[in-house]
Structures are given as structure tokens and as C-alpha cells.
Design a protein around this ligand. Sequence first.
Ligand code: ADP
Ligand code: ZN
Length: 433
Amino acid sequence: MIWNPNKECMSRDERAALQSKRLRLLVKYVYHNVPFYRNKMQTMDIRPDDIRTIEDITKLPFTTKQDLRDNYPFGLQAAPQSEIVRIHASSGTTGKATIVGYTRKDIGVWSESFSRCLAAFGVNRDDIFSVAYGYGLFTGGLGAHYGVENLGATVLPASTGNTEKHLRLISDLGVTGIACTPSYALYLADTMDKIGIRKEDLKLRVGAFGAEPWTEHMRQEIESRLGLKAYNIYGLSEITGPGVSYECEMQHGSHISEDHFFPELINPDTLEPVADGEVGELVFTTLSKEGMPLLRYRTKDLTTLDHTPCQCGRTNVRMGRILGRSDDMLIIRGINVFPSQIESVILSLKEVAPQYLIIVDRKGVLDTIKVQVELRPEYFVDDYPAMERQKKMLADKLRSVLSISAQVELLPPGSIERSDGKSKHVIDNRHIE
Ligand code: ADP
Ligand code: ZN
């Protein structure tokens, strides 16, 4: 189902007109209400009247995470405090948390955006939908919660933790949908095995997974172990939270709600736009936000864009999977390595579980990389030559994908710590010298 055909299926010209109108208002609004933007624009010799169409967006300054930190906590807020009805903080995966304030209208736009995602996943008013993102400062829990209520389905505010009790409720209440991180979905599957709940005992049919990178292999694993259809959902607190983009039934990229969150894709070094199909850094402008609107916010997320029409009938642009963050790329012995490359190798092997840890060290002047993986119970055998063969096979595969050699450590099932939120996959010990 399409939640808001007026906005999701409008012609590209109509949408560009709407985006242009919203951009003009936004630029005036931040110019008059946020000294940071006024100063930046004055330094660049740009006046609000110079911005007439959405194409003029490239004249505007970028905003970075550092700008948010420098203006912590309320420096970039445009609305008066009396209009702010909620504050969230980003999870701080890459440093100090950033604070985002929302007006009542912002919460409405966010809820509506999340409802668009749910409708695209086939969720309807008859569904009982469990939200197992963390509730609290993290945008995942409350963002999804309001989206489910706005759609009119029944929300079960499970949050994270208490996994066994949560699974019993999923079973007893006949919960049909769930939103959580993909790693928590796998943790749920592990717990089901442990306490003896089979997917056939559950009514789960749809899952909205996001907040961290995941792969097609992981999708297959989640679908087969939980017995549901798994959809990708993307968002970030600076822009709104979960619900910025969502897959449709074609599952060929994620549609961005670009009437609210205008995307650009740039080369992170030259800051020039990159063409559809090429990898670049995603940049968002919040076209309708009041609380903390952002101009050209650099997400650091690397992906591709596709402006061609989608068979589902939606006309909004699609983004590919997040291939990594431009700042989580590891440079090992001069070679660029993305954790997602290692993950895709691990997930393509039936012998190992999807949990893994990448440990980077420096011995003398040489960088070393070690990949710890868990064997699946059925492949964990007391047979040294067999284990050595497994290890060599994984090491060979990693070398062919990464172009450098990585040490492999095979661990018994269950040894790597599970996460109920975003999982941490990389430990870089090189800076502690
Ligand atoms: P933090 O930047 O502190 O992790 P957020 O909690 O706002 O803050 O997380 C947003 C980030 O999470 C995004 O910028 C992106 O890197 C990642 N993310 C969110 N959804 C997805 C997804 N579906 N696939 C890959 N990465 C995602
Ligand atoms: Zn589509």
C-alpha cells in the first residue's frame, strides 16, 4: 500500500516545484533564526533571495557533525524553546552525542514518514507491531512507535532487553510485525533456539530493520530464522530519525521521502556531485523541519542514488544500501578496507555465524588486522585439521576481497558479545600508542 500517493507518486516536476518552494522558505527561516547559518551565508556572499529553485541548493553551505558539536547543545536550533516538544540525542557511534529538538510539526512529519515505510512493507491497521529499538534518547524507539500509532496498527513498545519475555509476548499476542536492528533480530533468533520457540509458533510476517549496516546475506538469514519478510529502513537523528528512506515491495533500493529530506550525493574529497550509480557521500537538507533544520548536512554515509522510476509507482528517488561511513573506512597498510567488505565475506559462508569482530593493531610499523568469527554449532568440531581448513578458506577469501591478508580466529559458538542495539564490529587499537 502507498501511504501518501500525493507525495510519494507526484511527477518529478511537481515535486521539484514543491521542493523549491520549501527550500526558499527554509533558507529565509534559518537566515533569520540561526546566527550560524546567517554568518556562513554572509561569508559566502549569499542572500536568501539568491535561492529560487531547488537547483540553487548547491550555492548553500554544507553542515557537518563538527558544526553540530561546536554549537552544542542548542546553537543550531531555529525554533524558540517554547515550541520544542521533544529532544533526542544521537547514539554517538563516532563521538560525542548530538542533540536534536523537535517541534510538534516535526514530530508529525516524522510520524508520517515512518507510516510511509510501514505501509510500503504491507503493515496495516490489523497488525500488532513490536518496536524493539531502544526507547529513550535514541530516535529508534519513539520514532517507530509514533509511526505505528499514526498508521493505526497496534504498537507493542517492547524496547530492547528482556528478550525472553518479549518473545513470549510475540508468541502469546500473535505479534505480526517487528522493528529492531538487524543484529537484534539475529539475537532474537538465537534466543528462540535457546528457549525452544520455533518460527512456526509465531505469526511474525514483516520486519523493519535498520539503524546499522546489514547485507543481503543477513536479510536471508533473518528471513529464514524468524519466518518473516525483512525490509530495510534508514534514518539518522540529525535529519529526523528512522523513516528517512524505506524499501518498497520491489526491494530495489530505498525510497527517500524527498519532499521532506532532500538528498544530494557528493564526492567526499572534492565535494562535487556524483552521478547516479556512482558511490558518494549522502547529504541531506531538511525541507520542512522547524526545530533544528539543517542545510546540506554531510551524513558520512556512502551509497548510490537512482532517480529512475520504480515499478511500485513511487517516484521518489531511491538510495542503495549504506556501504559504510566515509569515516569508518580503515586504512590498513595503505589499503582502504571497509568493515562491510569483511562482513559480506563472513555472511557468505555457511560455516560461520554472522557475529564478528575486526581488531586492528600496529606491530612496529606494520598494521595488522585480525578477524574473529564464530563457527556455527554444527561446524564446531573437535578436529584440528578440519578447523585449520576452515580458517584457511576464510583467510583466502578475505585476502581476495581485501587485497591484504588478515589473520583469522575461529571462536566457539556464542563467544562474541551480542548487542541489543547497534553492534560494534571494529576495535582499532592503533591510536593508543
Ligand atoms: P549515530 O551517528 O550516533 O550512530 P544515529 O543513531 O542517528 O546516530 O544513527 C544514524 C546512522 O545509522 C546513519 O547515519 C547510518 O550510518 C546508520 N544507519 C541507519 N539506518 C541504516 C541502515 N538501514 N543501513 C545502514 N546504516 C544505517
Ligand atoms: Zn518502489
